[in-house]
Design a protein around this ligand. Structure first.
Ligand code: DLL
Length: 447
């Protein structure tokens, strides 16, 4: 979007509100700062967390071996199961009574993963989330409607304290009670909306049912994240809510929301490199990939006290670029997260992420962006059924033809054969947080 739209949206030109000391630091100085912080992080992890020390010992390395940023590649990876295996507090650097907060993810299988923060960690997090909100176009004094879930999930409280730090006026809504959300967005004249992209769409839909036109509301900026979404979904949300939708990324193991965030240029997530190191690796071999190649995002924390993470394998698939952004920020950009390794399907030999199917569906004007992918085993082969709603008002008699068209587009754009079922409006469950896009009906013991 250009400057004229900035003016129209009530957003000042981008360069004027950078934090130049941190966000536009020349990359050589940034590298110096990163090395100092990496060395301190590695030292702390090695000295206080038995798992890290054992892994260093097994490799025959000590913190002294980290002399340059290139030495990062020597460090062992950390994975999600490490947190589960050392449940609940085994990876913390200090006794739990010295911490200020715990968060946890429910985990689909077995034990949750627990993460801890010192008071300083919470302060850093609030600062980075405030920085993210600012980059996205939120300002001091804005009413910020926070529909991320409050509780053990990091979304609600993460956005909340970042917004307070920015000086915004926070409405701590959490998810659910969607009709009430619409009323309060209107009544309190919210300028900023924080929600998962799927819930933002659910809010838009409920407003439309109520005859409320959110495009005429005070909303101007949306920070959407916590789940994969496509540019097609972005356009749909912007069209229906009348705001600028930016992508925000984070994960509890590293911090929570605000690890990276798009600026108003909407050209990829600025990864806050003064606090994190980002690498992309080949998920099979673990080899670090050159800039621009797609692979698994690996993050090392540089300032976390309670739970430093060394080369954490996020399982998120993306690409990095250090090409300059129009906003002037020098930090690396993480291009859209296309999906998680865990969500990748192999349909007759073709690798496919749910977001690829979403990109095709949102490109078809008679289909609504509400869908569910159902994977089944038929004989020895995996089979994908795509359940998708028609846009409201579409004649049900046209559903079979729309299904054939969608099947054809998915085949020609992704290369997989699917069975598309076009359904009536409202037949797919709406999310209040992270949307469930995939239902796996394959026998549990199958590979
Ligand atoms: O989802 C933190 C968060 C809250 C981020 C609010 C943004 C906004 P977890 O519950 O630990 O933390 O889930 C982290 O969600 O590894 C990704 O797979 C996915 N994810 C988060 N942000 C994005 C995004 C929060 N912008 C996991 N695009 C991550 C795609 C995302 N996936």
């Amino acid at each position: 979007m250009g400057a004229s739209i900035d003016t129209e949206m009530g957003i000042a030109p981008t360069r004027s509100y950078l934090d130049p000391e941190h966000e536009t630091m020349p990359r050589e100085r940034l590298a110096q700062l990163q090395l100092e912080r990496l060395q301190a992080t590695v030292r702390s992890a090695y000295d206080t967390v038995p798992l890290h020390r054992a892994r260093f010992d097994a490799r025959g390395i000590t913190p002294h071996d980290i002399r340059s940023l290139d030495d990062l590649a020597q460090l062992p990876f950390t994975v999600k199961s490490d947190l589960r295996d050392h449940y609940p507090f085994g990876m913390f650097t200090q006794p739990v009574e010295q911490l200020a907060r715990l968060h946890a993810s429910s985990g689909t299988t077995g034990k949750p993963t627990v993460v801890g923060y010192t008071a300083t960690d919470l302060d850093t997090w609030a600062g980075l989330m405030a920085r993210s909100l600012h980059a996205a176009g939120a300002r001091r004094g804005d009413v910020l409607h926070n529909a991320y879930g409050y509780g053990l999930f990091t979304g609600g409280l993460g956005a909340h304290y970042g917004a307070e730090r920015l000086g915004a006026v926070v409405v701590p809504m959490s998810g659910g009670s969607t009709e009430r959300q619409v009323a309060l967005i209107m009544d309190f004249r919210a300028r900023v909306l924080c929600a998962t992209p799927s819930y933002a769409l659910a809010i838009a839909e409920v407003a439309e049912h109520q005859g409320v036109d959110l495009r005429g509301s005070a909303l101007r900026v949306g920070l959407f994240g916590a789940e994969p979404w496509t540019d097609g979904m972005r356009r749909e949300i912007e069209r229906r809510l009348g705001l600028r939708a930016v992508d925000v990324y984070g994960l509890s193991e590293i911090m929570g929301p605000g690890v990276a965030c798009e600026c108003v240029c909407q050209s990829g997530l600025h990864g806050w490199e003064d606090h994190f190191l980002f690498e992309v690796i080949d998920p099979e071999s673990g080899r670090v990939l050159p800039e621009g190649e797609a692979g698994e995002l690996v993050i090392t924390t540089l300032t976390k006290q309670a739970l430093p993470m060394l080369r954490y394998r996020t399982r998120d698939i993306t690409r990095l670029t250090t090409a300059p952004c129009d906003c002037g920020r020098t930090h690396v950009r993480i291009l859209r997260i296309t999906g998680r390794n865990d969500d990748m399907l192999i349909i007759r030999g073709v690798n496919v992420y749910p977001s690829q199917v979403e990109a095709v569906l949102v490109g078809l004007p008679d289909l609504a962006p509400h869908y569910l992918l159902v994977v089944e085993r038929r004989g020895t082969l995996d089979h994908l059924r795509v359940q998708v709603e028609a846009q409201p008002g579409v004649d049900p008699g046209r559903h079979p033809q729309l299904a054939r068209d969608a099947t054809h587009h998915i085949k020609s754009l992704i290369g997989i054969t699917t069975e598309v079922e076009v359904q009536a409006t409202g037949s797919i469950a709406r999310s209040q947080g992270k949307a469930v896009r995939l239902r796996d009906l394959r026998p549990k013991d199958s590979p």
